[in-house]
Design a binder for this molecule. Structure first.
Ligand code: DOR
Ligand code: ZN
Ligand code: ZN
Length: 356
């Protein structure tokens, strides 16, 4: 047994499904899963139903989060076709602005480049714009951000061409950051999954795509789960929605990768704590930490705390277990038991946080 204490980890990309998708996940269950996975802060995406695209929907979303969250949280707002000016007035309360430029789940997709430009120009430069874009849309948004001279963050980079494009832009000095999701790092098209369960956007890549992510680890600022819970019945049904739950399994998978020499503990802490804090201007609390037993081996079970009830990683042997989690000096998780109560999580953008 080798117990190691890491700072409270931050997952900058999760979907909590409240409101509108409560049968898939709610804040109580999604944050129980996050804590069980060693995560002390989650930043939630706005593609709920209805989507978070104005003040009333942000108020509602933050109210639901405050009532249900067992860990700390922030909430993104969504870029719509004509809310660039109005949504920018909410920047101080939001984790960031999310722009969907490609195939996704929900109705937040933006096709019109003039709307992309309006958002890049209106959103405050010091606040994050997180972009879902692949291929040609990725190329265009990087060029646009470069010409306007503002930073962008690319979500869940999955393809070899995309990570190379981002690495090249960074070498040119373009302010583009990015994240990679565990499913694109640990699964690919050769993984044995029923077709509906394998649906995710961006799609699982080839083994070459997957290896390219590992080869470009230096260009990857953050790991982020894109925790996108859908029920097993939906995944195995006629019209399977894209997305995988991920908050409970990310840290064991990454710790396993340290044993294989793919990265080290500092690489994990940098991408799940230091960089997220820096990029999003998040408060740091010495009393928020996670203890892992880096030598404990187990097999990932099919279901855990998430209401979705499944994981694409089921059956994978891992080495590295989350034993205890504390959030702001309170124990939140102890040896398999979630002890943090619903509603104890704090909004990282609330007044008094250290952001600005
Ligand atoms: O696979 C995905 N699931 N990709 C997305 O862009 C959205 C997400 C979801 O919300 O289910
Ligand atoms: Zn996305
Ligand atoms: Zn997402």
């Amino acid at each position: 047994m080798t117990t190691i204490r890491l700072p409270g980890l931050i997952d900058i990309h999760v979907h909590m499904r409240q409101p509108g998708g409560e049968h898939k996940e709610i804040w109580e269950t999604g944050t129980a899963a996050a804590i069980a996975g060693g995560i002390g802060t989650v930043l939630a995406m706005p593609n709920t139903s209805p989507a978070v695209v104005d003040e009333a929907s942000l108020d509602a979303a933050l109210g639901l989060a405050a009532a249900g969250a067992r860990c700390d949280f922030g909430h993104y707002v969504g870029a719509g076709p004509d809310n660039a000016e109005s949504i920018a007035t909410l920047a101080r309360r939001a984790a960031g602005l999310k722009m969907y430029l490609g195939q996704t789940f929900g109705d937040l997709r933006l096709d019109d480049i003039s709307a992309w430009k309006a958002h890049l120009e209106a959103w405050p430069e010091e606040d994050v714009i997180a972009v879902h874009a692949e291929g040609s849309a990725l190329k265009t948004i990087i060029e646009l951000a470069e010409s306007i001279g503002r930073s962008i963050h690319i979500c869940h980079v999955a393809g070899a061409d995309d990570i190379r494009r981002i690495a090249d832009a960074r070498e040119r000095g373009v302010a583009v950051t990015c994240e990679a999701a565990p499913h694109h790092l640990f699964l690919d098209q050769t993984t044995d999954l029923p077709p509906g369960r394998a649906e995710v956007r961006p799609r699982l890549g080839t083994p070459e795509d997957r290896h390219a992510l590992w080869e470009h680890l230096d260009a990857i600022d953050c790991f982020a789960t894109d925790h996108a819970p859908h029920t097993l019945a939906e995944k195995d049904g006629d019209n399977p929605p894209p997305g995988f739950p991920g908050v409970e399994t990310m840290l064991p998978l990454l710790l396993t990768a340290t044993h294989r020499g793919l990265l080290d503990l500092d690489d994990i802490v940098f991408r799940l704590h230091d960089r997220p804090v820096e990029l999003f201007g998040l408060p740091v609390d010495e009393g928020s930490w996670v203890e892992v037993d880096v030598d404990a081996s187990f097999e990932i079970p099919m279901s855990g705390q998430s209401r979705s009830g499944w994981t694409p990683f089921a059956g994978m042997p891992v080495k590295g277990r989350v034993d205890r989690v504390a959030i702001r000096d309170e124990l939140a998780y102890e040896y398999g038991e979630v002890v943090a109560a619903a509603g104890t999580g704090r909004d990282v953008r609330r007044k008094g946080s250290t952001k600005r």
